[in-house]
Design a protein. Sequence first.
Lengths: 257, 219
Amino acid sequence: MSGPVELLGAVASGLLVVVAIGISWWAGLHLERELITAALRAAAQLAILGLVLVAILTPGQPLALSWLWVAVMIVFAGWTVQRRVPDVRRIWLLSMAAFSASAVVTLGILFGARVFPVDSSTVVPLAGLMIGNSMTATVLVARRTTAEFHDKRLEIEARLALGQPSSQAAAPYLREALRTALIPQVETTKAVGIVFLPGMMVGLLLAGVTPLDAVQAQLVIMYLVLGSVAVTTSVIALGLRRILFTPAHQLRLPGKE
Amino acid sequence: MSSPADPGSDEAVFAFRDVEVRFGEAVILTGIELEVAARGITVVVGPSGSGKSTLTRLTNRLLDPTRGTVSFHGTDLRALDVLDLRRRVGMVFQRPTVFAGSVRDNLAATGVEDEDTYKEALDAVGLPSTVLGQVAATLSGGEAQRVCLARTLLMRPEALVADEPTSSLDHESTLALEGLARGLADGGVPILWVTHDRAQVERVADARVVLEDGRVVDR
């Protein structure tokens, strides 16, 4: 293997997983099985990704293959969100719409402004970063919105009873859920470079890219993630409003009625 | 006490016809045939879990029946614009439900933006206009419920539906709110008032309906 990490080195890094398992056993956390599953699953998924990327990035392959892979990622992401927010039916569909909207906006700007060229080596990695980093915020905004609607049900219905349309009655609570979902990403963006070095930048430095080039690329990626988190969470919040209210402006919460 | 209006009469503000409400397998209301008189206070009384709150939620379409129809002045609710209906049918809930912000913010949630009208509404419920700037969350239970009533009255509703509005209030505030309701009813606003308190029925009811296990068992 040629690259920053030899195969043997990758295997040796597995010792760190052994350390984590040892700590779990020593502290009685009962997470040993979870840790083994997570580590093996990550290795298997990355191995598959590697094979797919080799196939997609081979010179001469059509760009459509890259976009097809992006579509597969979006479907998988939608399925993952549905698993994490099982109470809300059809959230998988909404999540797919959110990730697609985010792809159009963020990749549209990056490719439209020619920040990166549109080719196989950029489409899949950028889409992957965008979707992967938006996933946590997507799950958070979905859970927060349903929790907020449950907690503030009486207030929302009091607003509806005053003749407010569902969009107006839900607005203060959606705003709160969106803030909760966006703040961690804003804090991460603020702390970058001081508190932590992002994984991608570390990867670039290990691959021998000059620090200034790595910083420049990382900045673009941070903005990409910030933009995509904002777009996906907004689409989810607005979509949930449509799911959680009937056309007659009636609140219908999962697990109620 | 007078009887509720005769079935089919124009005198009914709300009419329930063969109404059933189910949540999954649970039957909350069934076979409801009920007319609410277009004047005075009609009290629905019954124990907890008898379906009283569900009945009130049908009157402004916060909930639709699984079967049957509910009408307002003879028109099926589903034929009316729901947002307009909710402004015509004011609702006061069991717990005082004030929104974040000041009393003024709460009154502004109705869409009415006139300071003098706010003062009139507060005066009608026996609150001084000085509470306008007060943070609503700092009001006592009785004051908060009065603000909720003032908020509802700002829309000049044609009918009022009150779902156990005094259940979290002390005796003095309860009597004050009952007095306000009587004034409104005498002023021409028909009221559907829900309670589990038999003594309150005697104090406020012009007509009475008894609900048990989701059925009307007595009038």
